[in-house]
Design a protein around this ligand. Sequence first.
Ligand code: B1M
Length: 801
Amino acid sequence: MKLKNIFSTKKYVILDGAMGTMLQKSGLELGERPEILAATHPEKITAIHRMYVESGADLIYANTFGANSHKLDGFGYTVEEVITAGVKAAKAACEGTAALVALDIGPLGELLEPTGTLSFEEAYELFKEMVTAGSSAGADVIVFETMTDLYEVKAGVLAAKENSDLPIMVSMTFESNSRTFAGCTVEAMAMTLEGLGIDAVGINCSLGPKEILPIAKELCDNTRLPVFVKPNAGLPNLNTGSYDIDPAEFAEQMLAYHEIGISMLGGCCGTTPDYIKAIVTKFQGLETKAYEKEQRYIPKLRACSPTLSVTVDHVTIVGETINPMGRKFIKQAYLNEDMDVILACGVEQVENGAEILDVNAGMPGIDERLMLPRVVKLLQSVVDAPILLDSQNPEALEAALRVYNGKPMINSTNADSDLMDRILPLAKKYGAAIVGLTLDEEGIPETAEKRFELAKRIVERALSYGIPKEDLIIDCLTLAASVQQKEASQTPKAIKMIKEQLGVKILLGVSNISFGLPQREIINRNFLAVAINAGLDMPIMNPMDEGMKEAIYAHNVLSGYDEGSKNYIEKYAKTPAQDKQNKDKKNDSTDTDIAHAVRKGLKNETKLATEQLLESMEEMEVINQKLIPALDALGALFEKGDIFLPQLIQGAQAAQAGFEVVNKRLAAKDTETVNRGKIVLATVKGDIHDIGKNIVKIILQNYGYQVIDLGRDVPINSVVEAVKKHEAKLVGLSALMTTTLKSMEETVEAIHKEQLDCKIIVGGAVLTEDYAKSIKADYYAKDAKKSADIAKEVFGNQIKL
Ligand code: B1M
């Protein structure tokens, strides 16, 4: 049932306020999993819900936020038991009223691949279990809230759609820069979730009503869906820990949401039934402006990854080179499963101006159903350009559409009736834009008029499947001028007719035109100019072809898209001498290669660049002068907000591949094989940065010391126990964050407290000599080599046999 129908008589839908805040106030012993309280103290949970219903809430969220099987593991309750109890307690509170109950689902608490270790399919299963339990327990709506990772949301929404017919609402939580913690933009969330067919989209938590307002406005501009908000009760006061606005002020600030057409509102952290009552009073008698919001919405052809959206309102380059057809190196890369070649090809095209990447994995000897989703997942970990999934194999397409993060495009169906019936439902289900080729069982028609007829047939069928018109793209196709010269002019003619009469966007694989002719670039770039002039929106082309790009840059100036010719000037104002200088710099620098490869998260390239550097540099020089600066640059981008956690992690993994090359070399060096002494090594509690600690380990081993490596995020007690157990005379602690310095201090304190006969070295980028002294460490090592010097001082030249 649609959300609209459930609330059809309401001008405003009032949502509830915080559960956590109320649980704290209720004096209940929260334990680690508050969701279990619905099973142990159902009457108290019902009483809290009841207060919200009595305050005027139309929809209350059951106490099931973290009731997934990973989080409940070890607590003695199943997901079904906790969710059934949660929904039941909420339903009891609604008895005798019209209020409804939402199954509340929060983040799983684990990062998904490639950032973390949880696979998309595992996430889907965890959500499925919650959805199934919630539906059977009688929930009226499914709400995903406080989400930060669009990929995780997609797994959840698919699980909800495929295992229940309840309406679905999703809200994500944004920081004041309008990005989620994982870097997802408002626009990407809106278009992806609307495409997936949810019923309402919203924002909750992190900020108060004033701070969320501009973000909510952006959301309203980007979706036709009803929008809902649940802000916190202002911002937290760091001294008192409580939130800074009272119910009256909260309701006053919420009034601004009425103006932008939002008619579903409630509260998140810090809000109580009084806050909800205040909103109800404030909104009494107001006519909703949701209709005006719908009118303001301008449909556009768009695609996105979580961090980047592309609107096709200008000539948008679609990179064509990840396609085994006619490209031996791609074919070979697929056969050898050498995915780094494919990834590098994606990065190169984006750096050369491709805004969307066409990806084709269909060739003999390769199972496209496995390869297409694999390439999609990998490419999305290194580039943020959206992907045009190039296949007519429904199974391969569905596998790739499932794991695609964002709103994708499909290339393609044609006017063949059977094919349309297999491909178009996929576009509808996964919210993808779709390309239709103007050909059918009889091939490509010779005339523009016949191609127009086929385009019309595709558009009509797509609309009948419920695909919005703005998501339709037509490929007018081109025949080789060397063979069918007379038909060459039919393509621009068809482009013009289709664009003007059907009002859809146009795509074209431009270079087919020159097949069989010498100096193909000359024909390609001139044909491109003609096609653009006729109305081509999305040329599929090689973005490294400078001649073709010149035609596009020039068109953007002449059409007025490139305001003030800014992009054109930036690209072409350089003198030939400057250009040469830049090229030379680029060509001879492995330094740039390594920084670039780390920045782009390319493991193999980092590895190769490191190996190349080791031919002329010492291992420690490569570490200190190349790899560490590359990571520093990455860290600086992260701090500035130019990249987000997923890119930071990809970059760190690429750097790790470089460090592994160096570490292997160091380990293989012909050094002492004797044991000079035992050293316990650990990255402190709360800190997972271990790249530096691992280098220290290798260097110490290299100098002949036996290292007992406790890993990262090591509890204080484990360090103490290891020192005792191994009777180590030296312990090394590493910390990389200001927030984990406290753990370091406490670990040092614990070692001293036990009066162990052991010296302590501390290290890590945030530390200083003075700080090391202040926490009573015996030594500070600014780098790995220094830690070996210190070990020598501690152990002398003694050899332990
Ligand atoms: Co994060 N991270 N990170 N990170 N990360 C930093 C440290 C940060 C400075 C980035 C930034 O914002 N500019 C920032 C900390 C800010 C602060 O504290 N004020 C930060 C943050 C905030 C975070 C997260 C909280 C991000 C988030 O989730 N929002 C999160 C933290 C998770 C946690 O720990 N609980 C996080 C996660 C990660 C990744 C997982 C993505 C990854 C770590 C992967 C891994 O280690 N396995 C990562 C990385 C790679 C970095 C940066 C970019 C690089 C760190 C590094 O490896 N440097 C870093 C920015 C930066 O430092 N420029 C950053 C290279 C390494 C060889 O140097 O460790 O200093 P270093 O080691 C040197 C010396 O210091 C010394 O020898 C080594 C070799 O010469 N040394 C010792 C180190 N330990 C020693 C011990 C010794 C002796 C010498 O004796 C025992």
